[in-house]
Design a protein around this ligand. Structure first.
Ligand code: GDP
Ligand code: MN
Length: 394
């Protein structure tokens, strides 16, 4: 789950990282009020504010979603422009307003999960502010990689080494502390990604007016591990429905594990292992599964109906294979769900159903009365589904 920059910054602040002040505004009027406060702040060296679209995509700057304003009027105008934008298909519902920083240099620093080594890994570069993917193509040597130790994390010496390799210069101490803080953030919230781009050296003024430089997190992107979200119920509130795939939302609502695939045979199965086996057998029978779907144990009729809707939302689906082993899940419940689901569908695709186990006989009676194609073995079911899909395609 991706969270907005402003929410990510709150998590960084909670972990002791340096982030310039900000406020979130939902309307141009609110943005104006925030701008008035930041413009009047004697510590604001630029006497300008930055206004940033809060949308869950990268490259907001290039899309016109990050702008500076020097007066309250201008801030209100800029905010209303940005709030009217749609960036990469997503509406801008909120903006972040903060003191505009005077940027001296932009760095890149992130912590990611490196699946190859099964460790958390830092990615750093003195070429920040641009897409790191582009730096990796144009100038791969400008990127520094460093793994965290599973037991020790990032000890001080490793943090210093990383800071020197990235090239923070005079700001190496702050750089090392920020690296440690990002790892802390990653672990504290079970994140998949914590990315600061730019991590910027900004120029500010001391109380006596002398200039001073500071390394701060000017942008923040955090992706949380969905599987770990139950451990952080308060973070669930940060979810932005605009950015969610409607299929994922529906699947989560009914507690279904659904993963869309490329084929044309929809699969509805209970149990992850049986679902994978079913996909293998579809393959062996010469077909391609359109999805992985585990409807879970004890699935009731409404959940089966929801699963059917999800499968049929995929226009590629030409046949559906239902393979249910009734243990806790009662076969007749599944059969009722299927009958109800098919009655609600606008699109009628062939369905091959194999239900064994608890109440299988009742299930078979219901299904046959409703004229479903049934199968007793899994091989037979897979073969029938593949044939039905080919027939439908022809
Ligand atoms: P992104 O484009 O979605 O990654 O949004 P960022 O927050 O990274 O902003 C994009 C770019 O806008 C940054 O790389 C900076 O160059 C610039 N920018 C962001 N905040 C400020 C600021 O406070 N002052 C100035 N001068 N530029 C800023
Ligand atoms: Mn950025």
């Amino acid at each position: 789950m991706k969270i907005h920059e402003a929410d990510a910054k709150s998590l960084l602040v909670a972990q002791g990282l340096p982030v310039p002040a900000w406020e979130v505004a939902r309307t141009p009027t609110q943005a104006r009020a925030a701008a008035v406060r930041f413009l009047a702040d004697p510590d604001n060296a630029t006497r300008k504010v930055v206004i940033k679209a809060q949308v869950l995509v990268g490259g907001r700057g290039k899309a016109g979603g990050v702008k500076l304003a020097a007066t309250a009027d201008e801030a209100e105008d800029v905010a209303s422009e940005i709030l009217a934008l749609e960036i990469k298909g997503l509406p801008v519902r909120r903006v972040l307003v903060g003191p505009a920083a005077e940027i001296v240099k932009e760095y890149y620093l992130s912590v990611v999960l490196d699946r190859a080594t099964k460790r958390l890994m830092f990615i750093g570069s003195a070429e920040g502010g641009v897409e790191i993917e582009q730096v990796a193509v144009d100038n791969p040597d400008a990127i520094v990689y460093e793994h965290a130790d599973p037991l020790l994390g990032l000890p001080d010496y490793a943090a210093r080494e990383l800071a020197f390799k990235i090239g923070f210069g005079a700001h190496w101490k702050a750089g090392a502390a920020i690296a440690k803080g990002l790892l802390r953030t990653m672990l504290a919230y079970d994140a998949d990604l914590v990315e600061i781009n730019p991590l910027a050296v900004i120029s500010e003024h001391n109380a006596d007016g002398t200039p001073v430089e500071r390394l701060v997190c000017l942008d923040a992107k955090i992706t949380l591990d969905d599987s770990a979200l139950p451990r952080h119920p308060d973070l669930e509130a940060l979810r932005d429905m605009d950015a969610e795939d409607p299929t994922d939302v529906e699947a989560r609502r009914y507690d279904l594990t659904f993963i869309k695939l490329e084929g044309d045979i929809g699969c509805m199965v209970n149990g992850a292992g049986l679902a994978m086996t079913t996909m293998d057998l579809v393959n062996r029978a010469g077909g391609q599964p359109a999805n992985f779907l585990d409807i879970g144990g004890g699935a009731k009729a409404d959940r089966v109906a929801a699963a059917m809707r999800l499968i049929l939302e995929d226009p590629n689906v030409k046949a559906i294979l239902v393979n249910i082993f009734g243990g806790i899940t009662r076969g007749d419940e599944v059969a009722k769900g299927l009958i109800e689901a098919r009655a609600q569908q606008v699109r009628d695709v062939p369905m091959v159903v194999r239900i064994v186990g608890t109440n299988a006989t009742e299930a078979a009676e219901l299904l046959e009365a409703a004229r479903f194609v049934t199968a007793s073995s899994l091989d037979e079911a897979a073969a029938k589904a593949v044939a039905a899909a080919k027939g439908a395609a022809a």
